[in-house]
Each structure stands twice: as C-alpha cells, then as structure tokens.
Design a protein around this ligand. Sequence first.
Ligand code: UFG
Length: 325
Amino acid sequence: MAVLVCGGAGYIGSHMVRFLLERGEDVLVLDDLSTGHRDFVPPSVPFVQGDVRDATLLGCLFREHRVDAVFHFAAFIQVGESMRDPLAYYDNNLQGVLRLLQTMVRHGVENFVFSSTAAVYGEPELVPIPEDALKCPTNPYGETKLAVERLLHWTSVAHDLRWSALRYFNACGAALDGSIGEAHDPETHLIPLVLDAAMGRRPSVTIFGDDYDTPDGTCIRDYVHVMDLVEAHLLALNALRSGRRSSVYNLGNGRGFSVLEVVEACRRVTGRSILVEKGARRPGDPARLVASSARIREELGWEPRYTALDAIVETAWRWHGKRWG
Ligand code: UFG
C-alpha cells in the first residue's frame, strides 16, 4: 500500500517523502510543480505532475495504485498573496481537498493528514496557544485552512474517514545533509531572507517593526524544524492507521524567538556580518505566536529535536550554501 503525498515536491512535502522512504513506506507523489521542485523528489519515487483539483487524474491515480493514506501539502501558503487574491486561495486550498476527499471516499481510502496552520487562530488571546483557543483568522489563507478542517470533520461524520490536521507554526530548517530545503520564489520567510543577506544575495534584511510589546520590540515566533514536522506527520498517520480518533494538533517547539534573536543566531552560525534595517510593521503580524504542543506530545509522544535556534539555522545555512554558494 502506498502513501500519496500531494505537494511532495515542495518544501515540507519533499522532506516528508524522504522521511517516509527511510521508514520503509511506499510513496507516490502528485505535484503540479507550480511552486515545487522536480529534483527534490528522488527518481525512484513514482511522480505524477498534475493538479490536485483534477478529479479525473485523481480517479486514475487511485485506480492504478493501492493508496492507504493521503498527505496534503499542495496548498498556497502566502498570507499577503491571499489578501490580494482570496479567490485563488479558496479555489486551490479548499477545492483541492474537496476533490481528494471525494476520491478517497469513492475508493475507500480512510487516512488523511492535513497541513494546517497557526494562521487559523488570528490574533491570539492566550500564548502559548492551545488547540481549543478561539479561531479567528485575519486573512484568507488562514480561513481556507480552517474551512478545510471543518470539511474534514463533517466528512468523517458521514464517511469512513480518519484525519489529522497539523497546525504548523513557523516551519524552518532543512534536511540534515543539506540536500533539500526552503526555496520559495519569491522568498518571504525570515530565516532564508536573513541568510540571503549573510551570503550577499541581498544587501540587508528589513525588520518589520521594532515597537511591539515584546522584550526587544520585535515579533516573537515559534520556529519548528521541518524534520520535527515530518516526524509528527508520520506519528499522526500511524495513530490513524491504528484506529485512533481524528484530531487537531499544534506543531511548534514551544519556545518563542524574536526577529532580532533570529538575526543574531544567523550572525553566530554564518560568522558573517548581516546588515539590518528597521522598517514599518507588516500588516496582520501578531506580536507573539507560540504554540502549546502539549496535546501531540502527550497523545502521540512527539518530541521535537531541533529546538535550539542555532541548530535550526545551521541546517538552513548548509542548504543555503549548497543552493546558492
Ligand atoms: N520578518 C521580518 N522581515 C522580513 C520577513 C519577516 O521582520 O523580511 C518578520 C515577520 O514580521 C514576522 C517574522 O519575521 O514577525 C516571521 O515572518 P515569516 O514571514 O517568516 O513568517 P510568519 O510568522 O509571517 O508566517 C508563518 C508561516 C505562515 C503562517 C503563519 C502563521 O509562514 O504560513 O506563520 O501565523 F500562516
């Protein structure tokens, strides 16, 4: 039986594919390569280039392969872009899952692991944020992810479907051998941008606001390593396979780091000077987003390993050097 990884050529999906292979799973990748990278998927893995909303294609895939579980990474992920083009986000992020679930139900495939996000919470009332905190997204990206979580719930009420929704906080880092990592175009995430500045690929990095109500005035985020994320996915899948109930889990390392702390860590790890400029706040940025991941630690025994900022940056830097050096 194979695991279908939708979006398996993207940042987190490609790390998932390798991790599954290492654990002896059969893997099949579907990716339209709109943001993914074909060379991130090992040549030995069956790869289908196509759109997750293509019902005909999905029908063929499920007929040709014995799929027992589906991972969904094939979503648009940029908050700012979602504000400019909400229709594209609803179309891709919601319809993609809808088509998959329809196909899964038709073919009797019961296990679904979904990439959700901390953006479902919006501006948090309480930090660290537990899963049952108020969900009030402040952008269409978070709304689409929350809508999918509701869709999963109602689908599992009516059909034999078990699901796990994993709400990532700030995914970061790279494969330990530096062979794959974060490669967005355009890049908007903090760590790769700071490493770009360290490498001279951009002159400086702009800090979006230094007047927040935090110790150094810059935003605090919960940076969770991609290898810890993929481990959580496999734990979630195996829990579903063993009959555990559907659930939602936060994935964060439980520690918050400020933007300035990230820049300092990048200076330490790279040994390079990194020029910083102070800029205006980015609209929609909450001051502090830190996960409570107590639920997945207690229920599934997840224990993130790469929680130190320098260790996270080291893996990202190794990858950055291979890609751009
Ligand atoms: N930042 C800067 N300068 C930059 C880029 C980012 O100061 O050039 C700051 C941001 O303002 C923020 C922090 O660095 O305070 C992290 O920003 P990222 O863009 O790397 O990540 P976000 O916290 O905005 O977003 C992440 C995920 C989203 C998810 C969100 C949940 O990337 O997919 O967390 O809140 F929706």
